[in-house]
Design a protein around this ligand. Structure first.
Ligand code: BG6
Length: 517
C-alpha cells in the first residue's frame, strides 16, 4: 500500500477486483432514494479505492427530465450527504466525466431504443465493446416492463467479444409471494440467462454476514459442535429502532414478514445452518443454502395458540424519551391496516445436522434498539458438578455473532467467581471488528456492485433460492390475510416487542435473549 493511502486493510484481499472489465452501468430509478443514499456513495467509495474499471460510464435513467449537469450535481450531493468517507474531487472527477442522464419511461420501447443508441455511441467513442450492467432500483411495479424492454431492445443480448456482455442487478422486493416471484423469475428467464442475473439482498454484502462462512469453515473448533448434539437453539434477531417514516405507502403493502424475514433473516438462517460447501464457487455455496430452506419443516399455522408464527404492530410509545406515534397514526397508513410491523417464527430444520433444534427468528420496527445478531445457544453441561441442586447456576454457553451495529463476536462461558466459595458466573470473550480492523469498513453496496461488475454471484440470490424462501413464507401470508386483524398482537414503540412472542419459546423452556450482551 503506498504511503498515505487510507484504503481499508480488508481491501488488500480484494485486489483481484482490479481486473474489473470496462463497463457502462445504467441505473433505473436514478432519482430515487436508494440511488441517492447508497448507490452513488458506493460508486464513489469504489472510485476512491481505485476499484472501478479503468473505463467506467454511468447512465442514470428515470422518468423525470434532468439535465446531465444537474444529475452530476445531485450525485455530488449524495456523496457529501451519505458517503462513509468525505468527497475527494480527484477520483470522483474521473467518474463524473463519464456520468450522464437519460430520461425515459419504463414501459416505452422507444425510450429503450434511444438508450441503446446512446450506449452504442459511447462504445463507438471508446473504440471497443463494453460490458453493460443494468441496475434496477425502481419500485417493483416496473421491474417486469424494464426487463422485457431490455430484452426487446436487444440490450440484454449485448455481446462483448462474442460472449454475453450484459448483466442485470435487481433490487428487492423480489415478488410479494411465491406466484409473483415465480412470474418474475420467468420474465427474467425469457430475457436473460440465470448467470446474467444478480438478485440483491444487501445483508449478504455486510462484512459480518460474509464473515459467517469464514467463522464457520476457517476455524476447526466450531464445526464439530455445530449440530443437534451440542446446540440447544439458535436465535436470530433483526431489530430496528426506526418506524416506517416516509415509507408508509410501500411498507403497508409489505410488512415485517415480506420486508425483512423472507429475505434478510432467511439469508442469515441459511448461512448459519448450511453444510460446508464443496468449494467457494457461487453455485456450491448457493446449492447448500437452498438445501437448508428446503429442509425447513412446514409451519403450524392454523391454531393461533400453538402457531409457529406471531405478528404484531407497534402502538404509541417512547423512543429515547420522546413520544412517537403508533403504526396506525403514521403517514399514509390506513386506519384499517392489517399490516404487521413485527414478526417472530419458530422453525425446525429437518435434516441430519439440525433435527429437533429450534431456530427462532424475530424482526420488527420501533424496537428498543437497532441490533442484528445471531445467538447460538449450546446445551448446558450435565448438572453433576457445579449446578447440582441449583439447576440454573451454570449458564448456557452462547456464541453471539453481532451483525450490526458494533460488529463482532462474543462467546459466553462460565467462570469461577474469585473467592473462597465455588460459585460460577457467565463471562464474555469479545472480538470487535472496530478494535481489530478499524472502523472504516466498506458498505454492503460497495461489495455487491463490485462483485456484479466482476461477475462474482456468490453474494446474490439465485432464482430457486428466492422461490424456496417464498414457499415457506407464502402460507403464513395467506393465513394472516384470511384472519385480517384477528390475532394481531401489540407492542409499545420502544419496547422489545409483544409478550406473545415469548410463547413461541416457552414450550421448549427457552426465552428470547437480551440482545447486546
Ligand atoms: C430494507 C428494508 O431491506 O432493509 C427496510 O426494506 C429496512 O425496511 C432495511 O429498514 C434495514 O437495513 P439495514 O442495513 O439498515 O439493517
Amino acid at each position: 500500500m503506498p504511503e498515505g493511502d487510507d484504503r481499508h486493510p480488508f481491501l488488500e484481499g480484494l485486489s483481484r477486483h482490479r481486473g474489473a472489465p470496462s463497463t457502462i452501468m445504467v441505473i433505473f430509478g436514478a432519482s430515487g432514494d436508494l440511488t441517492d443514499r447508497k448507490l452513488i456513495p458506493a460508486l464513489f467509495n469504489l472510485a476512491l479505492d481505485n476499484l472501478l474499471p479503468g473505463e467506467f460510464h454511468l447512465i442514470g435513467y428515470g422518468r423525470k427530465e434532468i439535465p446531465d449537469e444537474e444529475f452530476r450535481q445531485m450525485a455530488g450531493e449524495s456523496i457529501r450527504n451519505f458517503s462513509r468517507r468525505p468527497m475527494d474531487e480527484k477520483p470522483w472527477g474521473d467518474v463524473k466525466r463519464n456520468l450522464s442522464y437519460h430520461a425515459g419511461a419504463y414501459d416505452d420501447p422507444e425510450s429503450f431504443k434511444s438508450l441503446a443508441e446512446k450506449i452504442s455511441e459511447i462504445e463507438k467513442a471508446s473504440g471497443r465493446e463494453l460490458q453493460l450492467v443494468f441496475y434496477i432500483s425502481t419500485p417493483p411495479t416496473v421491474f417486469e416492463p424494464i426487463i422485457e424492454n431490455l430484452g426487446a431492445s436487444g440490450l440484454a443480448n449485448h455481446l462483448v467479444k462474442g460472449k454475453p456482455g450484459a448483466k442485470v442487478i435487481i433490487e428487492k422486493p423480489f415478488g410479494r409471494d411465491l406466484d409473483s416471484a415465480r412470474k418474475l423469475n420467468a420474465v427474467l428467464g425469457r430475457n436473460f440467462d440465470e448467470k446474467q442475473v444478480y438478485r440483491i439482498d444487501h445483508y449478504l454484502g455486510k462484512e459480518t454476514v460474509q464473515n459467517l462462512l469464514v467463522a464457520r469453515f476457517a476455524n476447526a473448533i466450531f464445526e464439530p459442535i455445530w449440530n443437534r448434539e451440542y446446540v440447544e437453539s439458535v436465535q436470530i434477531t433483526v431489530a430496528e429502532s426506526v418506524g416506517v417514516g416516509s415509507r408508509g405507502g410501500y411498507y403497508d403493502h409489505s410488512g415485517a414478514l415480506r420486508d425483512m424475514i423472507q429475505n434478510h433473516t432467511m439469508q442469515l438462517l441459511s448461512l448459519i445452518a448450511m453444510e460446508p460447501p464443496v468449494s467457494l464457487d457461487p453455485e456450491s455455496i448457493r446449492d447448500e443454502k437452498v438445501k437448508v430452506l428446503k429442509a425447513i419443516q412446514p409451519l403450524v399455522l392454523d391454531r393461533l395458540e400453538e402457531a409457529d408464527v406471531i405478528r404484531a404492530r407497534y402502538t404509541e410509545g417512547l423512543m429515547e424519551g420522546k413520544k412517537v406515534p403508533g403504526y396506525l397514526q403514521e403517514k399514509d397508513i390506513p386506519a384499517d391496516s392489517t399490516t404487521e410491523t413485527y414478526a417472530a417464527l419458530r422453525l425446525l430444520i429437518n435434516n441430519w445436522r439440525w433435527k429437533g433444534v429450534p431456530f427462532y427468528m424475530r424482526s420488527g420496527k420501533r424496537l428498543a434498539r437497532r441490533v442484528s445478531e445471531i445467538a447460538i445457544q449450546f446445551k448446558r453441561p450435565p448438572g453433576i458438578l457445579f449446578s447440582e441442586g441449583r439447576k440454573f447456576d451454570v449458564a448456557h454457553n452462547t456464541l453471539v455473532i453481532q451483525v450490526q451495529p458494533d460488529e463482532g463476536m462474543t462467546l459466553l462461558t462460565n467462570s469461577k467467581v474469585p473467592g473462597l466459595q465455588t460459585r460460577t458466573q457467565p463471562v464474555k470473550m469479545h472480538f470487535r471488528y472496530s478494535a481489530t480492523f478499524g472502523s472504516n469498513t466498506p458498505e454492503a453496496y460497495e461489495r455487491l456492485i463490485l462483485d456484479a461488475i466482476v461477475g462474482d454471484s456468490t453474494l446474490f440470490i439465485r432464482g430457486d433460492e428466492t422461490e424456496s424462501s417464498w414457499r415457506l413464507v407464502t402460507p403464513i401470508l395467506e393465513s394472516w390475510d384470511s384472519l385480517g386483524n384477528h390475532g394481531m398482537a401489540r407492542y409499545a414503540a420502544g419496547s422489545w416487542g409483544p409478550l406473545e412472542a415469548e410463547r413461541l419459546l416457552w414450550s421448549n423452556g427457552h426465552q428470547w435473549r437480551q440482545t447486546g450482551i
